[in-house]
Each structure stands twice: as structure tokens, then as C-alpha cells.
Design a protein around this ligand. Structure first.
Ligand SMILES: Cc1cc2nc3c(=O)[nH]c(=O)nc-3n(C[C@H](O)[C@H](O)[C@H](O)COP(=O)(O)OP(=O)(O)OC[C@H]3O[C@@H](n4cnc5c(N)ncnc54)[C@H](O)[C@@H]3O)c2cc1C
Length: 437
């Protein structure tokens, strides 16, 4: 009987330390540096100055970049432990950066470590792991996102250089990244899953133009934001800047997403718990018709439903993490659970944050609590890293894979046939039963 929902006491001490450190030392940064690029842009002097001593403390505690394998200086923690850590980091925008595990740098580091040449590791991976530079992962195009078969941004090998032409869209952090990992079509004669490659493109490569920045908040003007709309016009990068082999792009890309999705989901759990905390505090403070909101049954239902959804979601994410640790591979079963978690995340976030916001009345709709900012993340959750529909399709495909239909007129669970068969099987017992009557 190997089921176990307990955290070992040594690791729990680390989690307790992290929880206190994030609340006391990092959350103040969220309140002071509020721009969308603040935690990620190494060139922003104020946030960098405030984060530097905190990063040191995290390193001294041995908790820096824990997602890395031991060969890269990480702890080699499994996904369950990393999930529990990310649940705490999810409370704060700055916390992942202070702990050296912010997206997309984590995933980019992961694939550079796995597929990079020694030169690529020295030039790009080392400063990235040290938190000295930012990076970008650029795959989506203005006319195509969910379906890679529609991608048209191409790279051709001309002499000793790849020459890139095309456009990319929503490339987060492109503006202040030192380099970009760009998914390009390198062979149009085969399906995209065999004909795409990933190129490492320096941010200052000639021919790479930032058409404009795009924001996912209406609080910013057109042209502001952290997501780059990019144009490549005969942009040249050295032949050796390919990550992996030509045509291996999707294989490389796939390997960066699994753990990252678990971490993202657990950071969402952290935000959900924060929303529930706010909801409860409000319900226990606000009075109406002579009693607290918490005494109204309709409020109690909101709190109960939120708690139930968060707990179910949290356990599902941890189950997926546990499966990864158990299998030590992204098996079909693992991929099904990751897709399932990814699919239901926007719904849970929408339901819980909406209830919290609603319960706060006008205060919830103001910019004076964290709730409105959380609400804005809800639709993002259903799009970023692939739309919900695509992940649900993946879940359904796996669920249906080992099942069959029936050729008969009625289904296999049609009761008249089942009863007749059971009666034949139990004929002697039925006989005795009738005799007794
Ligand atoms: C905050 C944020 C950050 C991002 N960061 C990055 C980044 O750093 N790098 C990067 O490359 N991209 C990034 N993206 C882009 C993201 O990966 C894409 O938006 C996503 O893959 C969807 O692509 P799309 O926007 O082109 O939508 P589309 O592919 O046009 O899909 C739009 C809608 O069409 C429907 N749809 C699409 N396909 C199907 C289907 N098979 N079945 C049924 N319905 C379907 C769904 O309703 C879907 O929501 C980011 C996006 C956001 C919101």
C-alpha cells in the first residue's frame, strides 16, 4: 500500500523557510516594482538591485534553480518536490526570478543543457543559469499558433549561415533577451514535425527587427508590453547555432514543456489559495443585514466550492508530478494527466477568482487589491502554451485509445442482455430462491 500524501519533515522545513521568505522578503518587491517587465528584465536597475541580495540568500540556502539536474548544479528534486516549491513561488511575481526558475528561461536552459554543444552551453547556458541574462522562446507566428503545420517562418542554409525570413508573434521577453530560441521551418518537403528546427539567434543579429512590443493588459499603450512581434529579413546566424539536428525542432521543443507545465499549474494553485484567503478574510469581516457575510449560506457555498475545486486541482497536479517521478519519463499516461491539468486550469482559476472578486464588491473591481490583476490572467491561462481545446483533444485521444465501440444493435451495458446472461449463470441459485418463496 504505497499511497502517501505526506511531505517528509526535512523537506517541509525547506518549504516553511521558503514560505516565510517569499512573504516577508519578496512580496514587497511585487508592491513596489509593478511594471510587466520588472522581474525579468536584467537591465532594470531598481528591481535588479533589490533582487541581488535575495538571490544570494536563496543560493546559500541551496534553493537556487532547483529544477536543474545535479549535473548542472541543481538538487535533482523530483517533480512532486518542485511542484510544492512552485506552489509557494506562485504567490509572487518576483519569487520565480529570485529562485532562478522563471519561464521561459527554465525551459530554455533545460533544452540547451540537453541538446546544446559545449560552445553553446558556455556562451548561452552558463550566463542564463547564473541569472545574468534573459532569454526568449519564439514559436508562435502572427497567422498561426496552435497548429504548427501552418508555420511559415523559414531558414535556409546558405554557405556557413542560416538565413531566416518570416515573422514571429508574442515572443515573451524578446525585447530584453540576450538570445532567442526560434522555431523555424528548415525542410518543407516533410511534415512540420520532421521539418522544423530550433535556431539560437542573438538579440542583436542583423535582420532581426522588433516590429513592436505587445501587451496582454489594457493598462498599457499600444507598443508597450513584454511580448515581441518580430520580423526576420535575411537574418543571418552561424551554421553551428542550430540546437540539436536539422528537423529535430519539435522533439527538442517537446522536451521542455512537461515539468514546466507542472510548475506553472502549481504556481496557479498558489494564486488560487491566495484568492481563497482573501475571500475568507472578507467574508469574516464584512457585515450585512446584521451578520457577517460568512454567515450567509450563499457565501458559504462560494467558499466551499472554491476550497473543493482548489483541492481537487492541487491533488490532480501532484498526481501528474508523482507519475513523472515514478516513471522517470513522459509516458502517454503522464502526458494525458499533464494535458488534463492544463485543460482545467483556466476554469478553476476563473471560478475561484470570480467568486473572490464578486464577494469584495466594488473593492474587488478596483485596482486596490490583487484580485483584478488575477482576473486578467484567467483568459491567458486558456491560450498560453496552447489553447484548452488542443489539450482536451489530447486527453480525449488518450482516454479513447484503448477502448472500442460495439457492432451490436445495443451497447454492451444494455440491461436486458446482461440480465439474461446473469440469469443463465445463476440458474441454480435462482431455482432455490424461487423454491423458498
Ligand atoms: C501571455 C502569453 C504569453 C505567450 N508567450 C509566448 C512565447 O513566449 N513564445 C511563443 O512562441 N508564444 C507565446 N504565446 C503564444 C501562445 O503560445 C499562442 O497564443 C497559443 O499557442 C495559441 O496560438 P494563437 O494565439 O495563434 O491562437 P490560435 O491558434 O489562432 O487559436 C485561437 C482559438 O482557436 C481555437 N482553436 C485553435 N485550434 C483548435 C483546435 N485544434 N480545435 C478546436 N479549436 C481550436 C481555440 O478556441 C483557440 O483559442 C504566448 C501567449 C500568451 C497569451
Amino acid at each position: 500500500m504505497a499511497w502517501d500524501f505526506e511531505t517528509d519533515s526535512d523537506f517541509q522545513k525547506k518549504l516553511d523557510w521558503m514560505d516565510n521568505f517569499v512573504r516577508e522578503e519578496i512580496e514587497p518587491l511585487d508592491l513596489v516594482f509593478r511594471g510587466p517587465a520588472d522581474p525579468f528584465d536584467p537591465a532594470r536597475k531598481g528591481p535588479a538591485h533589490a533582487m541581488a541580495p535575495l538571490k544570494k540568500i536563496v543560493q546559500n540556502e541551496g534553493l537556487w534553480a532547483c529544477h536543474l539536474g545535479p549535473e548542472l548544479g541543481g538538487k535533482g528534486y523530483g517533480q512532486v518536490k518542485l511542484g510544492l516549491m512552485n506552489e509557494i513561488l506562485g504567490r509572487s511575481r518576483f519569487a520565480p526570478t529570485v529562485f532562478g526558475c522563471q519561464a521561459p528561461d527554465t525551459g530554455n536552459a533545460e533544452i540547451l543543457a540537453r541538446f546544446g554543444t559545449p560552445e553553446q552551453k558556455k556562451r548561452y547556458l552558463e550566463p542564463l543559469l547564473a541569472g545574468e541574462i534573459a532569454s526568449c522562446y519564439s514559436m508562435t507566428e502572427p497567422h498561426a499558433g496552435a497548429d504548427p503545420a501552418e508555420f511559415t517562418c523559414r531558414a535556409e542554409l546558405v554557405g556557413d549561415e542560416w538565413v531566416i525570413n518570416g515573422e514571429k508573434w508574442y515572443a515573451s521577453h524578446a525585447d530584453f533577451s540576450r538570445f532567442l530560441l526560434v522555431v523555424v521551418v528548415t525542410d518543407t518537403s516533410v511534415p512540420i514535425h520532421k521539418g522544423a528546427s530550433i535556431l539560437i539567434v542573438d538579440r542583436d543579429a542583423p535582420g532581426l527587427e522588433l516590429v513592436r512590443n505587445v501587451s496582454s493588459t489594457i493598462m498599457e499603450e499600444i507598443g508597450e508590453g513584454v511580448h515581441g512581434y518580430l520580423r526576420f529579413t535575411n537574418c543571418r546566424v552561424p551554421k553551428e547555432n542550430i540546437l540539436g539536428n536539422p528537423g529535430q525542432g519539435f522533439e527538442v521543443a517537446q522536451s521542455r514543456l512537461g515539468g514546466g507545465r507542472i510548475h506553472h499549474a502549481m504556481r496557479t494553485v498558489g494564486q488560487l489559495k491566495r484568492a481563497l484567503d482573501m475571500m475568507c478574510e472578507r467574508a469574516l469581516s464584512r457585515r450585512t443585514k446584521g451578520e457577517l457575510l460568512s454567515q450567509k449560506q450563499l457565501t458559504q457555498e462560494k467558499i466551499a466550492d472554491s476550497y473543493i475545486q482548489i483541492t481537487q486541482f492541487r491533488l490532480h497536479v501532484l498526481y501528474a508530478a508523482w507519475l513523472i517521478d515514478k516513471n522517470q519519463a513522459y509516458t502517454r499516461e503522464v502526458r494525458r494527466e499533464i494535458a488534463a491539468v492544463k485543460s482545467c486550469m483556466p476554469t478553476v482559476l476563473r471560478d475561484v477568482v470570480y467568486r473572490a472578486l464578486h464577494l469584495h464588491g466594488s473593492l474587488g473591481l478596483s485596482n486596490e487589491t490583487p484580485l483584478l490583476a488575477l482576473w486578467q490572467v484567467v483568459p491567458e491561462m486558456g491560450i498560453v502554451d496552447g489553447p484548452t481545446e488542443v489539450h482536451k483533444f489530447g486527453v480525449a485521444k488518450e482516454v479513447l485509445r484503448d477502448r472500442t465501440g460495439t457492432d451490436g444493435l445495443f451497447p454492451s451495458y444494455h440491461l436486458p442482455e446482461l440480465i439474461a446472461a446473469a440469469e443463465r449463470k445463476l440458474a441454480s441459485s435462482i431455482e432455490l430462491d424461487v423454491g423458498n418463496l
